[in-house]
Design a protein around this ligand. Structure first.
Ligand code: DX5
Length: 222
């Protein structure tokens, strides 16, 4: 499986969101992750379907919508109609994750489930057949710029083994939080193939193109 890089716009300059998305596209990222926060599942309040629709007009990239919201089932259609290519539901955010993931599937987009650092892989056992991607949160959901939680590297490795043992070799593992040139090789070695990066791509130290090239080079060997 090819390792893909998604730029998380949570770290971008909100006054220039379209431009920042185009910069990431020109830098060769494979997708944009849009962190939807509702002030309930996580403290911050960020983006709605309107931002997804606007970005859909700006870039031809894969739009990955990370739903850090309670009752995600109430908002699935709106994000798909806005142009999302994948919806990620957090296992901890809904009472009936099995039902919600099947609803996402029925809407015809890719299905993802995310797991918080404190949640055991056991919570996914009945859900793995329903998804295209499992996103291991490598920071606690809700903030950008946090330090990477190293204990999640072994979780990625165990998840890859769990998926392969069940013949689910096509299910991809994503990682989100604290991903940079030092941590990306660790998670890729363990089996992750979707890297979501915010502050490692959008920061004032270097242009987006340089940051993306450095991140891709850090896992090129894989
Ligand atoms: C955290 C978000 C992450 C965050 C990543 O809840 O889901 O996507 O934007 O940001 P960095 O890469 O800065 O940790």
């Amino acid at each position: 499986m090819v390792t893909t890089i998604e730029a998380s716009i949570l770290a971008a300059d909100y006054a220039r969101l379209g431009e920042q998305a185009r910069e990431a596209e020109a830098a060769g990222v494979d997708g944009i992750q849009i962190d939807v926060m509702d002030g309930s599942f996580v403290p911050d309040i960020t983006f709605g379907p309107g931002i997804v629709r606007a970005l859909r007009r700006e870039v031809d990239l894969f739009l990955d919508v990370d739903l850090m919201i309670v009752n995600p089932e109430n908002h699935l259609e709106a994000f798909v109609e806005a142009g999302a290519d994948r919806l990620i539901v957090h296992q901890e955010s809904c009472v009936h994750p099995h039902h919600v993931l099947r609803c996402v599937r029925d809407l015809g987009v890719e299905v993802g489930v995310a797991l918080d650092p404190g949640t055991s892989l056991c919570a996914l056992e009945e859900l793995l057949e329903l998804v295209d991607l499992v996103q291991i949160m490598t920071v606690s959901s809700g903030w950008g710029g946090q330090p990477f939680i190293h204990s999640q590297v072994d979780k990625v490795r165990r998840l890859r083994q769990m998926l392969d043992a069940r013949g689910l070799r096509g299910v991809r593992i994503g990682v989100d939080g604290g991903i940079d040139t030092a941590t990306a090789p660790l998670v890729v070695e363990a089996g992750a193939t979707v890297l979501v990066a915010g502050s490692a791509i959008y920061n004032h130290e270097a242009p987006v193109a340089e940051r993306v090239a450095a991140l891709r080079a850090s896992v090129e060997w894989k």
